[in-house]
Design a protein around this ligand. Structure first.
Ligand SMILES: [Mg+2]
Length: 403
């Protein structure tokens, strides 16, 4: 009954919305450093209609986070020679916009680039940078001998207590940030105090981008923010004996990032549900793991909605309408692995004797434990052009109806 009503609604709008949406990773899929991967321009052209509009809802999901969405949109528009709007870009920190309970707290931000401005743009009103913290507490940063300060003659105005930490991306001076972040964590946000001997609770830490490695122009992958976090976790554990806890982990492979990206895809689709999301990436541990995990989440969502719908089918019409509204998420998310970035088919990942991928290249955070099934891509193709060919072929019935 509910199903027929839903179909009638979709049929009326079939010429204005699509069944499929596409999520593209950026580094290693479209770009290598500042260079465009040649297949990327061809892939994008194949996805455009005669008016240079995308045939499908498209969102670029990158774990990069040292810039703002409009800058990334401008950069991609320029490099790929197509108009891309900021609403088509998800950076690792973009979902922080939804975490409004932290927006009026005093937050310390770590990373490089305009992180204070980025935090303000995301909605945070009381933002403190690592530079401000170091300037106010000049005795804290003592690792580099040449930069050791002389204590200021006049005392600086005291800072408010830090209530949360946002880790946007890898800093430039790892040693400074490691020292100051530990100071803030072990003093419950008052780094001018001595370390507290007993801390019952840990300051909330929101971390963006867990990538251990990423692919630039160098022949082998480079350290990512995940590598910095690994150092921070290790120092924290060494000093306290406890695991560093994250209040939230953002960026691929987190569910929150995929939920946010799907919201953006749906907006492009006139708020209509998508059937399939294709997620194209070069990193097994972020792009493929994240897409497969989201696919499993979607399946669970639909299973629970179907159960609910069966239960309410005998009920009133208003209950049935509510069940329909919950059906907005896509049916499935298909992962497509490309071989132009971190993943190299000629240099397989470390594996144990049974062939399973070891945790050596996986940065599991909090309750995120490596599940080997989830690093199996649905498809492996040479490059992003082949990925687009594949999805066009699979969505052939839809594309033949396009203007
Ligand atoms: Mg990548």
């Amino acid at each position: 009954m509910w199903c027929r009503g839903f179909m009638q609604q979709t049929v009326r709008h079939v010429s204005t919305f699509r069944q499929a949406g596409v999520l593209f990773d950026v580094d290693g899929v479209l770009l290598r450093g500042r260079s465009v991967i040649p297949a990327a321009r061809r892939a994008v052209r194949k996805l455009l209609d005669i008016n240079n509009n995308f045939l499908f809802p498209v969102v670029f999901v990158t774990n990069a986070g040292s810039c703002q969405r409009h800058h990334k949109a401008q950069q991609l528009s320029h490099l790929l020679d197509v108009q891309i709007s900021p609403d088509q870009v998800v950076l690792s920190h973009s979902p922080l916009q939804m975490m409004k309970s932290f927006h009026n707290k005093c937050v310390l931000v770590s990373g490089q680039g305009p992180v204070t401005t980025i935090a303000n743009t995301l909605g945070f009103q009381k933002v403190l940078s690592m530079e401000q913290l170091a300037q106010h507490h000049p005795l804290l940063d003592m690792v580099e001998h040449n930069r050791r300060p002389t204590p200021p003659s006049s005392s600086l105005q005291s800072l408010p207590q830090i209530q949360a930490i946002i880790l946007f991306g890898e800093p430039i001076r790892w040693e400074t940030n490691l020292q100051l972040l530990i100071d803030v964590l072990l003093t419950n946000g008052r780094p001018d105090h001595a370390y507290a001997t007993e801390l019952s609770t840990q300051l909330p830490v929101l971390a963006c981008n867990m990538d251990l490695l990423w692919m630039a122009e160098a022949p082998s992958p480079r350290f990512g923010h995940g590598m910095f976090l690994l150092c921070l976790e290790s120092v924290y554990k060494k000093l306290t004996g406890r695991e560093l806890q994250y209040e939230a982990v953002l960026g691929k492979p987190s569910l929150l990032t995929y939920q946010y990206a799907e919201q953006l895809l749906r907006l492009q689709n006139h708020n209509h549900k998508l059937t399939t999301i294709y997620a194209v990436g070069d990193n097994l541990m972020t792009d493929i793991y994240g897409a497969n995990r989201y696919n499993r989440y979607l399946a669970q969502q639909h299973a629970s909605v179907v159960t609910t719908t069966k239960l309410v089918a005998k009920g009133t019409e208003s209950q049935v309408t509510m069940a329909e509204d919950e059906l907005v998420s896509a049916d499935q998310c298909q992962s497509i692995l490309v071989c132009t970035g971190v993943y190299n088919p000629r240099s397989p990942l470390p594996s144990d004797q049974s062939g399973a991928i070891t945790e050596a290249v996986f940065h599991g955070q909090g309750n995120l434990v490596l599940e080997p099934d989830l690093v199996e891509p649905c498809h492996v193709v040479e490059d992003v052009e082949a990925a687009v060919d594949l999805l066009l072929q699979r969505e052939g019935a839809v594309t033949s109806d396009l203007p």
